[in-house]
Design a protein around this ligand. Structure first.
Ligand code: ZN
Length: 275
């Protein structure tokens, strides 16, 4: 049985889902395919993607977090947001990886053993992969369709979303979703991020957003909804809780939306206030 559960969305769009709760996307064009993210690196994502694409694959990361990029070492070249390049150099990704595995293992104890005994799992983030930065407005031509990269710093400094006009879909990684981590840059005001989302929401011709931690597409109208939601966020009365990749305890503000269900944002107290 394959490690990845594959799901097809039509228009040449596929998801490779991992049971640990993350998906990588494959967009198949006429000449080439684009793989957005490489997952935890536990499965042979290069083989799984090739089997579907049957053509050369360009690899990008929506952002450099371990659950999106630990499979990078299976590829020769990976494009990442310029703002995340630093993470590959000073061991930041490696320590995030260890922290995330520790956190995930507290919910799923066998995970620590799986990681320890699986030879395929990268023990280190150092690899032969060549990295190149994606610039704002970069267009990736797959033949018959062009995927545009849009910088969306916030979840990480180098987060990028990808626009696929052919499928009327935005591939958002973790830069738009129903439960966003926005505490990674504690100087980022939620209102600034809401402005970035407002700009994205103004784009015409999109109907869906695919995010990395759910198999279900969100309606494109969610972008505007979430921008407004961020402006309503306040520090809740209940105690903040520990989160992976955070220095101290993180607040969670949430609302129940009739259209989108439970919606939340994780942030440090102070980010909700204007400077
Ligand atoms: Zn992330």
């Amino acid at each position: 049985m394959s490690y990845f559960k594959t799901r097809e969305y039509g228009d040449g769009v596929h998801m490779l889902w991992e049971t640990l709760g993350v998906g990588s996307f494959l967009i198949v064009g006429v000449d080439k395919a684009l793989l957005i993210d490489t997952g935890y690196g536990f499965g042979d994502i290069a083989a799984a993607a090739s089997e579907i694409a049957k053509k050369p694959i360009i690899v990008v990361n929506s952002h450099v977090h371990p659950d999106h990029s630990m499979g990078n070492n299976q590829f020769e070249r990976v494009l990442i947001g310029a703002g995340d390049m630093w993470k590959l150099e000073d061991g930041a990704l490696q320590s995030e990886y260890e922290e995330m595995i520790g956190f995930a293992a507290s919910y799923f104890p066998p995970l620590k053993l799986i990681v320890k005994h699986n030879e395929k799992i990268p023990k280190s983030t150092h690899c032969q992969t060549e990295y190149a930065p994606l610039a704002a407005g970069d267009a990736i031509d797959l033949g018959g369709r062009v995927i545009e990269a849009v910088e969306m710093p916030g979840h990480t400094r180098g987060s990028v979303v990808f626009l696929d006009r052919a499928a009327k879909t935005v591939f958002a990684g973790d830069a738009v979703n129903r439960g966003m981590f926005l505490f990674i840059d504690k100087d980022l005001k939620l209102a600034r991020y809401a402005e970035r989302l407002d700009k994205l929401a103004e784009l015409k011709g999109f109907s869906a957003i695919l995010t990395s931690h759910s198999t279900k597409p969100l309606s494109f109208s969610f972008v505007k909804y979430y921008a407004d939601f961020l402006l309503r966020a306040v520090v809740p009365k209940r105690k903040p809780s520990p989160m992976p990749l955070s220095e101290k305890k993180v607040c969670r503000y949430s609302e129940k939306s009739r259209e989108y269900g439970d919606v939340s944002v994780f942030f440090y107290a102070g980010q909700e206030r204007e400077a």
